[in-house]
Every structure is written in structure tokens, then in C-alpha cells.
Design a protein around this ligand. Structure first.
Ligand SMILES: *Cc1c(COP(=O)(O)O)cnc(C)c1O
Length: 491
């Protein structure tokens, strides 16, 4: 359905009609607040809006002039749909983006004629995860204090989600935070950003496994929460949480508007791991934003690239790369796209997801539909370094290794596609987070951490190493989320 002057129509006519349904078709539909706290649906699926709000060109023209936080309110209020009062929501959005170091929140930088970079790393932990998690922390606190409820936040991180979640949620009064990271497989800056937060209700767990192992423990724990003490529930900060995807839709609109949308089509190249960020871009296009193409940029862990190019969905061994936040083989949010590709047939998705791993193939129709919107590319570590070096030589602009995979994909696409039009690569992290990759690129540039992190290497760290075993992690969580926070000895 199309909402012409949605700002008033939406509020008065269709209050509380935004429902969220599971991609596996069995779990009950929920409203926004319940979805915010739900994580995985009870049938193992992921929540998506039952109906997406859409914008007409006239709507888009009006939105195109708004500053970031106001645009965010206009878009997000459609998804929250009155479950949180508009004034409170507006305040939370304003507070979240006031934390950012750039007044445009997500500024665009031009590298070449049709070549742009959208800087998403001006938040407190220097990666794009802050954009959603600054808001998520505030939403949790608002809803939990209204419900007078205390919860355990449980999340897995390939490097950047952990610190952004801790930074976004640490001031909440109703949460204990448990973050799993793969032991010795995140960069030192990434680890220290998490482990030097010594608040009593923040627990960092280094799992002796890789990111997929961490994510599997988190998913198993959400599926069966009986290990928790009575009255506690888990809350998700990974991109299985709908509210994270929702917050990421905004910058696709914001960036496209700066380059002339709705009067002009743009493409986006997205460094991809769990498929959350690029799925938000897909939603933006489904909501009416004129997006020409979405480029899935992968590193050596290229299952999404293989799926799109050869219908090869077989998981390979996970490799440790220079872009660790993309070292993921099982991309959770791909299920949200599959749900649409299979005409929202929850039973079909449930079947696919329970099939033997490796046996999965997309139907011809689904593959065709995916290829209408998405292209993909894969950059190995050498190509990543070459891209950092080439870009720096040509423009003086320093890319982080994740962003470099995106720029690589954008260049490949522009190469095969004459008149590609503007391509915006999402700059997902600040290069100071990954000094080793920058050094390996041979770029004679040293990037300092910003002032608020300048003493990061002197700070005390605290974390617990646990085996790659769900029961061990669950025991640890259960023991630490019972006591009241003040009286509790940390780890
Ligand atoms: C998380 C992350 C990604 C991958 O984003 P997904 O939403 O998981 O696809 C890419 N780059 C950086 C720097 C990240 O932190």
C-alpha cells in the first residue's frame, strides 16, 4: 500500500498495524516492542515486517532535504508504528546521532567520477555497527524500564558488533551484557575496545572457535533459554535483531538523496558478512528508493559470491582474513532475502534451513530474482591490499580493509558495466581499527586512533576464555545474570 502524506495518514488511520512475521512461517506475529526483545523467532526463523511501508516519488522528494536524524525519525517511526510514543522515539534518535563525530552523521566522499564512499564509521567505536547499536541500547532501556524487566543481552561478534553493542548498551540499567568473540581472531584494537570496558554487568567471552561457532552457540541459546534463571530472557544485538536492520535502512536513503534521488538511480557496494547491512539496502529499494544495483562484496570467505554466480551454496572452511568482520560462512540474514525470493513461503524456508548443510541450492526462479537486484565479487587479501594502495596513490584516501573489498567490487562492476552510474561503497570501518592491513598494503600513512581511544593500548583488559561448547557458555551466563549488579563480583 502506498501512503501519500504518510506523516499524518499513518498516525491516524493505521495505528499499531505494523506486525512482524517469521521467515519460517510458524511463530506468532509480533509488534515492534516484542520483536525488539525477541531475537530469533520461536520457530528458528527471523522476523521481517509483514508489509513494508513504501514511499512515492513525492514522499521521497520531501524526505530528500532532511538532516540525518530527522530522516531517521520519518523512516523508523513507520516501523515502530506508535508502540513507542513519537516524542520519545525522536529524542532517542536525536541522542543516538548526536554522539557521532561528523555533523552529517554519514558523510559522502567522492573518490572518482562515479565513485563514492559513504563513511559509516563516525560513531564511538569507529564501525558502522554504531549506527544501529547506539539506538538499540536506548530502545532497550526505554522498553525494559517501561516493563520493569531485566534481561541478558547475548551476542556473537566477528569483531565490531561486540564493542558497538557494549558501547550502545553499557549505560542501560536493565541489562547484563555477554559478548562472545572468537579467541585470537579479532584485531587487537577490536578486542581492546570490548575488553577494556570494565563495567560490572559487561562480560566478554573469548570462545575457542571461529565466528560461526560463536554464532551457533548464540542461536542455540536463543532457541532454548531454559538454562537461564527464572524471569530472565535473552535479547539479541546481532543482526538477527530486526531493529538493527531497520536502523541501517536510513543511510541508504540519506546517501542516495545526496546524489539526486529520487531523480537519479544509484548503486551500492556493500562489504558483506552476515548479510545484514546489504539486506537493509534491499529493503530501501523495496520501499521505493531508486536503487540500480546492490553489490555483495566478499573476502576469501565467498559463499555469497559463489551462490550468486554459480548457485554453489556449499560452506567451505572458514579463513582468517585481513577483513575479519566479514569472516563468516553462515550469513544469517540471507534467510530474510530467501523468504522474499520464495514468495514468502515460510514452510519452504523451514525445509531449506533444516536440509543437510551443503545440499542447499536455490531454485531457478529464486536465483533469477536475486540476480535482478544483486551482483557480487570476491577480493582476497592481496586484492584487498592492492585496492588500499591503488586508492591511496590515486586519491590520497585511506580505506580500511573491509571497505577496500567494497571498492574492489565497485571497480569490477564499473569495468564490466558501461555507464554504471554512481556507485556508493559503504565505508564500514575506520582504517585506524586495522593498522596491520594498512601496513601490509605498503601505504606510507599512519592513522592514529581518535582522541577518545588514544590510550586504548594502556587500558586494563578483562575477558574469560571458554571452550567452544554451548553448555559451558550457558553456565557462565546463567551464573552471572542472577545477582543484582552492585553486589556482584565480575568474572
Ligand atoms: C559487521 C561488518 C561488516 C559486515 O556487515 P554484515 O551486516 O554482517 O554483512 C563489514 N564490515 C565491517 C567493518 C563490519 O564491522
Amino acid at each position: 500500500m502506498r501512503h501519500r502524506s504518510y506523516a499524518c495518514v499513518w498516525k491516524t488511520w493505521v495505528k499499531h498495524t505494523m506486525k512482524y512475521i517469521s521467515t519460517r512461517g510458524k511463530a506468532p506475529a509480533l509488534g515492534f516492542e516484542d520483536v525488539l526483545l525477541a531475537g530469533l523467532a520461536s520457530d528458528g526463523g527471523l522476523y521481517v515486517p509483514e508489509k513494508l511501508p513504501t514511499f512515492t516519488d513525492l514522499d521521497l522528494q520531501r524526505l530528500a532535504t532532511l538532516p540525518y536524524a530527522q530522516l531517521a525519525f520519518e523512516i523508523l517511526s513507520l516501523f515502530v508504528d506508535g508502540e513507542i510514543e513519537n516524542d520519545a522515539l525522536r529524542d532517542m534518535i536525536n541522542d543516538s546521532y548526536a554522539e557521532f563525530a561528523h555533523s552529517a552523521v554519514t558523510p559522502l566522499v567522492q573518490l572518482g567520477h562515479d565513485e563514492w564512499v559513504l563513511e559509516l564509521f563516525h560513531g564511538p567505536t569507529l564501525a558502522f555497527k554504531d549506527i544501529a547499536l547506539q539506538l538499540l541500547g536506548r530502545l532497550f532501556d526505554h522498553v525494559l524500564s517501561k516493563r520493569n524487566q531485566r534481561v541478558a543481552i547475548l551476542g556473537a561478534t566477528s569483531g565490531d558488533t561486540g564493542s558497538a553493542a557494549i558501547e550502545g548498551c553499557r549505560h542501560g540499567e536493565h541489562v547484563d551484557i555477554f559478548i562472545l568473540h572468537p579467541h585470537q581472531r579479532v584485531s587487537e584494537v577490536q578486542r581492546r575496545q570490548m575488553t577494556t570496558v570494565l563495567d560490572n554487568h559487561v562480560f566478554n567471552i573469548a570462545v575457542q572457535g571461529n565466528f560461526d561457532d560463536c554464532q551457533a552457540i548464540v542461536k542455540a541459546s536463543f532457541a532454548d533459554q531454559s538454562f537461564l534463571p527464572d524471569g530472565r530472557q535473552l535479547v539479541a544485538v546481532n543482526s538477527i535483531n530486526w531493529a538493527r536492520i531497520m536502523a541501517q535502512i536510513v543511510y541508504y536513503f540519506y546517501a542516495a538523496f545526496q546524489l539526486g534521488a529520487p531523480g537519479r538511480q544509484v548503486s551500492f557496494s556493500v562489504p558483506t558478512g552476515n548479510f545484514g547491512d546489504i539486506f537493509a539496502g534491499y529493503l530501501a529499494s523495496q520501499m521505493g528508493l531508486p536503487v540500480k544495483r546492490l553489490l555483495i562484496a566478499t573476502n576469501r570467505n565467498d559463499i555469497l559470491h559463489r551462490t550468486l554466480s554459480d548457485n554453489d551454496c556449499e560452506p567451505h572452511e572458514l579463513h582468517h582474513t585481513l577483513s575479519p568482520s566479514m569472516d563468516i560462512m553462515v550469513s544469517s540474514n540471507f534467510e530474510r532475502l530467501l523468504f522474499d525470493l520464495y514468495q514468502r513461503d515460510g514452510a519452504a524456508i523451514a525445509d531449506m534451513m533444516s536440509a543437510e548443510s551443503g545440499a542447499m541450492r536455490l531454485s531457478d526462479d529464486a536465483l533469477l530474482a536475486a540476480r535482478r537486484m544483486f551482483s557480487s565479487a570476491r577480493a582476497d587479501d592481496q586484492q584487498t591490499c592492492d585496492t588500499i594502495a591503488e586508492c591511496y596513490r590515486r586519491t590520497g584516501y585511506l580505506l580500511d580493509p573491509h571497505t577496500a573489498t567494497g571498492v574492489f567490487a565497485a571497480q569490477q562492476y564499473a569495468h564490466v558495466q558501461a555507464e554504471s552510474g554512481p556507485i556508493i561503497t559503504l565505508a564500514t570501518a575506520h582504517p585506524a581499527k586495522f593498522p596491520d592491513a594498512v601496513k601490509r598494503s605498503g601505504v606510507a600513512s599512519c592513522v592514529d586512533l581518535p582522541a577518545h581511544l588514544s590510550d586504548l593500548f594502556e587500558r586494563e583488559e578483562r575477558f574469560t576464555v571458554l571452550p567452544n561448547d554451548a553448555a559451558a557458555v550457558q553456565r557462565f551466563v546463567a551464573e552471572r545474570c542472577t545477582a543484582d549488579v552492585e553486589g556482584k563480583a565480575n568474572q
